[in-house]
Ligand binder design. Structure first.
Ligand code: SF4
Length: 324
């Protein structure tokens, strides 16, 4: 007699012992069905301010740029400050780029602040202050890549276009393709997988995209997927017994001691100062490796995040009239 099924590594009972799962396994895996995912999203999705009705396309654009490389919890207060201070592209474009860099605070990857400022300027000058609705036009904006263009078209305007971030790619890689982790970059196949599952109604499609993203962020996470409470009826990775990742795991990027940390330390000194900052003040901000400090300073100047004044001091862009 067959014994009681033992839970799998993630507390899951293998499919071949569950009759309903056996029936479901007859169909080829597909992206999660909208009804299952939307029901989960209604119950468990986070109430994030940029998802609320009435959020403008400009506010959605800001949120998408901020969220690309920064966790939600750190983005929330900065996004709220930005949309209150600059409710329209014109409002941001009316201030020097330094204001955007300063208000970016410690979100990291501060070139995004400059790009948003550039984007606001283009929206004011070429689009009468409106954010375009179609992906092709959005792609012409500074700092707007394929993901951001699709996210704005979908979440701000309800366009039924696949929006594929790293969380979506992870769910697709596991549920459809049996891989522990997605590949290095979004592929046309990822988009096609999601496009095939998008509901016809654009508003429902937009919500489906948000739900799929949220599922990857909260349930099908990179390190500890909650497979024992997963609502998806099929998962190829689970059905295959959770095979290990082929090749090395991509380790989270180290921050301590990196050039990026050195850049952050130098930029923080200028951001928190009232006026231009001397070279000596910057030298004091990063003493552990003078060569690394010089490299960081050079890259900040090259990126346009700092400018050198005529007196040889350092300032944020536009505060001393170099950038409009
Ligand atoms: S989709 Fe993700 S959470 Fe669900 S069973 Fe597969 S790996 Fe686990």
């Amino acid at each position: 007699m067959r014994g009681a099924p033992a839970p799998g590594r993630h507390g899951y009972v293998p499919d071949d012992r569950v009759p309903s799962a056996r029936a479901a396994a007859a169909a080829p895996p597909a992206a999660p069905a909208p009804d299952v995912l939307l029901d989960w999203f209604d119950r468990h999705g986070r109430d994030l301010p940029w998802r609320r009705p009435g959020t403008t396309a400009w506010q959605v654009l800001i949120s998408e740029v901020m969220l690309q490389q920064t966790p939600v919890v750190r983005v929330l207060p900065v996004w709220q400050e930005w949309v209150a201070r600059w409710p329209t592209p014109d409002a941001l474009a009316a201030e020097p780029a330094a204001a955007a860099v300063r208000a970016w605070g410690r979100l990291g990857y501060p070139r995004r602040a400059l790009r948003l400022h550039d984007c606001a300027t283009v929206l004011r000058d070429r689009f009468d202050g409106a954010v375009p609705a179609d992906v092709e036009t959005l792609l012409t904006l500074p700092g707007v890549g394929d993901y951001t263009a699709r996210a704005v078209a979908c979440f701000a305007y309800g366009a039924a276009v696949p929006v594929v971030d790293v969380n979506v790619r992870r769910v697709i890689a596991r549920a459809l393709h049996g891989a522990a982790q997605p590949g290095a970059a979004t592929t046309p196949t990822d988009r096609a997988d999601v496009a095939a599952a998008l509901p016809a109604d654009p508003q429902v499609a937009a919500r489906y995209s948000a739900a799929l993203m949220e599922y990857g962020a909260l349930v099908c996470t990179a390190r500890s997927p909650q497979c024992d409470s997963c609502v998806l009826p099929r998962c190829t990775w689970r059905e295959a017994g959770f095979p290990a990742q082929e090749g090395p795991w991509r380790r989270p990027q180290r921050y301590e001691g990196t050039d990026r940390q050195a850049r952050g330390a130098l930029l923080a000194v200028v951001r928190e100062a009232d006026g231009a900052v001397s070279r000596a003040a910057l030298d004091a901000a990063w003493t552990r490796d003078p060569g690394q400090r010089d490299r960081a300073l050079h890259s900040l100047l090259t990126d346009g995040l700092l400018e050198q004044t005529d007196a040889g001091a350092f300032a944020l862009p536009g505060e001393h009239g170099h950038r409009g």
